[in-house]
Design a protein around this ligand. Structure first.
Ligand SMILES: Nc1nc2c(ncn2[C@@H]2O[C@H](COP(=O)(O)OP(=O)(O)OP(=O)(O)O)[C@@H](O)[C@H]2O)c(=O)[nH]1
Length: 260
């Protein structure tokens, strides 16, 4: 049995969906669209190799914290309301597992995304190449322009070990019309700027195109066509009973490994 099969087995067993204590459960019945007074909701997915700092960026942004985190299994889920002055929106941040053994599972999470942040570690060339591979995967599975993509080179505090120059990152981003920034989750350098830039661009696009956002995670997971995905020979459907959604909380979905 491969790791992906093993993970899917866990996903298909509702008993494994242990919810962190003290968190309310939100049932996955279809939700009405957000009322006009509610902030618009956008789904952002973090993609990239293992250990590049995806969870650390999310944790820094949502909780302004930096600490040792176990590798993500499956996906972790955060929400944050972003105040952009004249308007605000709610970002649902899906933090995917970067280890290669979870690669096929991660594809399940970028369905329905409004934005993807491709993260690499500036001290690891291989992670830069992997971010490029993720872009190809996104292009294969999504319509052009369907998802806003930002490239992020993390760990600028380790600049003496740098293997990817700023110019290389910028050049790749420009040639593919991606937003680009370098960050340090450790030093809290440019982290909120990444998410704010994505949020601002999403709002502008949404206003420009007059397109309704896809709604919150609960709704997204109940959209049958998006929900059904073939992976490793399985026809996969999320358990569908429960998903915890709490502002500024990290929730593991669907297979819990650790909570923050
Ligand atoms: N020096 C430095 N270390 C960082 C930074 N961001 C993350 N790290 C460290 O890099 C390691 C991996 O960080 P994670 O946030 O777990 O990486 P990830 O991409 O979520 O990893 P997976 O869950 O395996 O996909 C941890 O030891 C972090 O403390 C950073 O900006 N600078």
């Amino acid at each position: 049995m491969t790791w992906a099969d093993h993970l899917l087995d866990q996903v298909l067993t509702p008993a494994t969906l242990t919810l962190p204590q003290g968190m309310a459960q939100a049932h996955l019945s279809p939700q009405p669209s957000a009322a006009p007074s509610q902030p618009r909701v956008f789904k952002l997915v973090l993609l990239g190799s293992g250990s590049v700092g995806k969870s650390s960026l999310a944790l820094r942004y949502v909780k302004n914290d930096f600490k040792s985190i176990l590798p993500t299994v499956g996906c972790a889920f955060f929400t944050k309301v972003v105040d952009l002055g004249t308007s605000s929106l709610k970002l649902e941040i899906w933090d995917t597992a970067g280890q290669e053994k979870y690669h096929s599972v991660c594809h399940l999470y970028f369905r329905g995304a409004n934005a993807a942040v491709l993260v690499y570690d500036i001290t690891r060339k291989d992670s830069f190449h992997k971010a490029q591979q993720w872009l190809k995967d996104l292009q294969k599975e999504l319509q052009p322009g369907e998802v806003l993509v930002m490239l992020v080179g993390n760990k600028t505090d380790l600049s003496e070990e740098r293997e990817v120059t700023f110019e290389e990152g910028k050049e790749f981003a420009d040639s593919h019309k991606l937003l680009f920034m370098e960050t340090s989750a450790k030093l809290n350098h440019q982290v909120s700027e990444v998410f704010s830039a994505v949020a601002r661009e999403l709002l502008q696009r949404d206003n420009r195109e007059g397109q309704a956002p896809r709604g919150d995670a609960d709704v997204a997971l109940n959209e049958r066509p998006a929900q059904q995905a073939k992976c490793c020979g399985h026809q996969w459907e999320p358990p569908g009973e429960e998903l915890v959604s709490h502002d500024s909380q990290r929730v593991l979905c669907p297979v819990p490994t650790h909570t923050i």
